[in-house]
Design a protein around this ligand. Structure first.
Ligand code: PXL
Length: 268
């Protein structure tokens, strides 16, 4: 029987990030992907690829979750972009209604298409209602600074301290991603399990952000967990998968490249 992996996330219309990246990742891990759409982000090529954001009606989000969870006994889920407090209410309620083996939360905090006030309410709702349910959360540097309340994260000690503070908000495991912004030649991630921190490193691939890297990492962790990996193994497999996809990234007419999830296929 094939393993199932579930994702509740937004669409990003160029296909680089969001649920498109998630479902491609699930497929590459040999899992059957099921997706629930929370919002639609359409970058605007006429306005420097600014974000245009449209939420899916919260009742329609609830209907999709009802259909997906009735059709299959889903027990591993990734939470991507949710977008509004009303959507967060619906998703938090649905997550609380059944037992999950793993809830992987990519704490997507900002969308440039949202008004700052609305974005703040969404951040607060995510921190209060979704983050405590996470077995694994995967903040990037910006999200780690926001969630930990730290002004600067510039050393390994800072990464570990931010992970420790975010674990205090409820998640069982925290993966803080250094990414291209973190000083040094390596892409450094910290996996904190509530007691100990493991440092994962891979040489940086260039210095530009690549679209879909965060989505792909969290989706790969989710899919690896669905296939039976433990969290440590899932995070290691996910980092290798994402690094390979960054190395073989694809370029379009956008100012940013996108992760190619097919890159690591021959490795597994
Ligand atoms: O990379 C974060 C992200 C997640 N989900 C959606 C997005 C983005 C970034 O653009 O559009 C739908």
């Amino acid at each position: 029987m094939v393993d199932l992996a579930y994702v509740i996330a937004g669409s990003e219309a160029t296909g680089g990030a969001g649920i498109q990246a998630d479902l491609r990742t699930f497929q590459q891990f040999g899992t059957y992907g099921v997706g629930t759409l929370t919002c639609i982000v359409s970058f605007d090529p006429k306005a420097d690829w600014a974000h245009r954001f449209v939420p899916v009606d919260p009742q329609v989000v609830a209907d999709q979750i009802e259909a997906a969870t009735a059709a299959y006994d889903l027990d591993v889920v990734k939470i991507g972009m949710l977008g509004t407090p009303a959507t967060i209410d619906v998703v938090a309620q649905a997550l609380g209604a059944r037992p999950w083996r793993h809830i992987v939360v990519d704490p997507v905090l900002i969308c440039k298409g949202q008004e700052p006030g609305a974005a703040l309410d969404t951040d607060t709702a995510l921190r209060r209602q979704i983050l405590p349910l996470a077995t694994v959360t995967t903040p990037n540097l910006f999200e780690a600074r926001t969630l930990s309340g730290m002004d600067e994260i510039a050393s390994i000690d800072d990464l570990v301290e931010s992970a420790r503070r975010i674990a205090d908000l409820g998640p069982r495991y925290v993966v803080v991603k250094g990414g291209v912004e973190f000083p040094g030649d390596d892409a450094v991630d910290v996996l904190f399990d509530g007691t100990d921190a493991e440092i994962l490193r891979a040489p940086k691939v260039g210095s530009a952000r690549v679209a879909g890297a965060g989505c792909t990492l969290a989706a790969a962790i989710t899919a690896a967990l669905a296939t039976g990996s433990d969290v440590t193994d899932a995070v290691r497999r996910a980092k290798d998968f994402t690094t390979a996809g960054i190395v073989d990234r694809i370029g379009g007419n956008t100012p940013f490249d996108a992760v190619w999830q097919g890159a690591a296929a021959s490795d597994r």
